[in-house]
Design a protein around this ligand. Structure first.
Ligand code: SF4
Ligand code: F3S
Length: 104
């Protein structure tokens, strides 16, 4: 499966949702997540993300993100249409430690 990681937080460009053939993205206030049990591992979303936030779980070291994607995809609403990204999305692009700032 693929998972959405730290780089999505506050960027939320939503290009990913337009290309997913199985519509397995879910939307929180600050980021999207993938439902790992719905993702068919096609990989088309990975290069679409301007923030490079989407990674295959085969990368390793992504356990925290795997868990977060699993947990929140069960709670957040499905999203299939791209809307305008947050006005300050570009300012958050590449910023590190966004998880710590927004989830703890
Ligand atoms: Fe959707 Fe494919 Fe990305 Fe999985 S890898 S979230 S199926 S676009
Ligand atoms: Fe997030 Fe990238 Fe999608 S920033 S909303 S994973 S296009």
């Amino acid at each position: 499966t693929y998972v959405v990681t730290d780089a999505c937080i506050r960027c939320k460009y939503m290009d990913c949702v337009e290309v997913c053939p199985v519509d397995c993205f879910y939307e929180g206030d600050n980021m999207l997540v993938i439902n790992p049990s719905e993702c068919i591992d096609c990989g088309v979303c990975e290069p679409e993300c301007p923030a490079e936030a989407i990674l295959p779980d085969t990368e390793g070291g992504l356990e925290k993100w795997m868990e977060l994607n699993t947990t929140f995809s069960a709670q957040w609403p499905n999203i299939t249409r791209k809307r305008e990204a947050p006005a300050d999305a570009d300012e958050w692009k590449g910023v590190s430690g966004k998880y710590e700032a927004h989830f703890s």
